[in-house]
Design a protein around this ligand. Structure first.
Ligand code: LLP
Length: 406
């Protein structure tokens, strides 16, 4: 993808997100192939990159969507994902979101607490509908990843314990307005070890077996997302090893396997492009100040996450530099001690593996407009989100200010 990167940056300006759609297709197919011969549905986790064109691209390949707000459900629907391939997860759904999800008639609402189950039942009753539900079980497994993105331990806010899940299934089975057809878990993100996933699958599959014994028939076995990717030199899980572990654990169960990969699909498909504004040296420390900032890509600031950084088409002896943005915070950096050649104004910097949790976590901090997004597919380059303007940013405030000044 590096071939036209400079031209693309010239044409669309910086800061800019660029996604390789062919790579996304390869990733989707690699996982789908690993599920060959089994009933499965890949529900792309929209939160990783919710650009409509990205979702539409995956929908065309056959992907469903895993959504965590009604906004994401709406994105999935308008990008062409079939309603029966959409699931709605998250610990805190509002009544209006539950109502909309029931009216859209999506595949499943994932429940994360008993209180939420009662809420969903109430809303379904008011609509005279039956809600297809799945319960998120917390298997109490340490996924061995960053604590901020680990979710499968009892100390986390996600899901319910096995015994509680059982009680909820029994309640739901009796309810006129709930139809318990799914089971769900998600133990964390950027998982690079197979064992915790295999273990969680085993625990949850055993629960499915014990539910079957009391006549509760689970049809959808949702293993969540979390497959890790290479940012630096991580050893990752192969799609086949992943699905083999799932097949092994669910042996003998007649279920459709759902999974919710986000990062796996898009992280390495994306590059964030930013231009050098200035170089500066404080004492002995070299800083490269660029036109992108933490508001555009917050992962380094928030998680101290590593993203490989390179100067595009620039040779020369490399010395370490901190690559920092214009935002007035010391935490505004993309990389520390990055080996870079001498740079000049307007030289292009590529921040790699930025396709997941990049744009979706961006903000307008410092009244900085959100960057544009571009897709490369075959030999075509297309704009998939325009650069935000100042007017876009103040639109919802301006009228209010003028109104209140009257
Ligand atoms: N399903 C559920 C229920 C989730 O909570 C998540 C991610 C996924 C699927 C997708 O996980 P993935 O396949 O992308 O690992 N902002 C953080 C990541 C937060 C992930 C939250 N949940 C980051 O930038 O690393």
């Amino acid at each position: 993808m590096s071939m036209d990167i400079k031209e693309i940056a010239e044409q669309y300006g910086t800061p800019l997100y660029v996604y390789d759609f062919d790579y996304i297709e390869e990733r989707y197919n690699s996982l789908k192939d690993a599920f060959a011969g089994k009933k499965s549905l890949i529900n792309y986790a929209v939160k990783a990159n919710s650009n409509l064109s990205v979702i539409a691209h995956l929908a065309k390949l056959g992907a469903g969507a895993d959504c965590v707000s009604i906004g994401e459900v709406k994105r999935a629907l308008s990008a062409g994902v079939s309603k029966y391939q959409i699931i709605f997860s998250g610990v805190g759904k509002r009544d209006d979101e539950i109502k909309a999800a029931l009216e859209y008639d999506i595949l499943l609402i994932n429940l994360e607490s008993e209180a939420e189950m009662k809420r969903v039942e109430m809303v379904a009753k008011a609509l005279g509908k039956e809600a297809r539900i799945s319960i998120r079980v917390n298997p109490n497994i340490d996924p061995q990843t960053h604590p901020y993105i680990s979710t499968g331990l009892h100390e986390n806010k996600f899901g319910v314990e096995i015994e509680m899940a059982k009680r909820m299934y029994i309640y739901a089975k009796k309810s006129e307005f709930l139809n318990p057809v799914g089971i769900h878990f998600h133990i964390g993100s950027q998982l690079t070890k197979l064992e915790p996933i295999a273990e969680a699958c085993g625990i949850v599959a055993d629960l499915v077996r014990s539910l079957k014994a009391i006549d509760i028939d689970i049809k959808f076995f949702d293993v969540g997302g979390g497959i890790g990717v290479v940012y630096d030199d991580e050893k990752t899980i192969s799609p086949q090893a992943y699905t083999d572990a799932i097949f092994q654990a669910t042996k003998g169960l007649d279920v459709t396997i759902l999974c919710e990969p986000g990062r796996y699909m898009v992280a390495n498909a994306g590059v964030f492009l930013t231009k050098v504004l200035y170089e500066k040296v404080n004492e002995d420390k070299r800083f490269v100040i660029v036109d992108g900032a933490m508001n555009d890509l917050i992962r380094p600031s928030l998680y101290n996450a590593y993203h490989r950084i390179e100067a595009v088409a620039k040779e020369g002896e490399k010395t370490p530099a901190d690559v920092v943005g214009p935002v007035c915070e010391s935490g505004d950096f993309f990389g520390k001690n990055v080996p870079l050649p001498a740079l000049e104004h307007n030289d292009l910097i590529a921040v790699h593996s930025a396709g997941a949790y990049g744009f979706t976590m961006s903000s307008n901090y410092n009244t900085r407009p959100k960057p544009a997004e571009v897709a490369i597919q075959g030999d075509k380059v297309k704009l998939i989100r325009k650069r935000e303007t100042y007017e876009d940013q103040v639109r919802l405030e301006l009228e209010c200010m003028e109104e209140s000044a009257k």
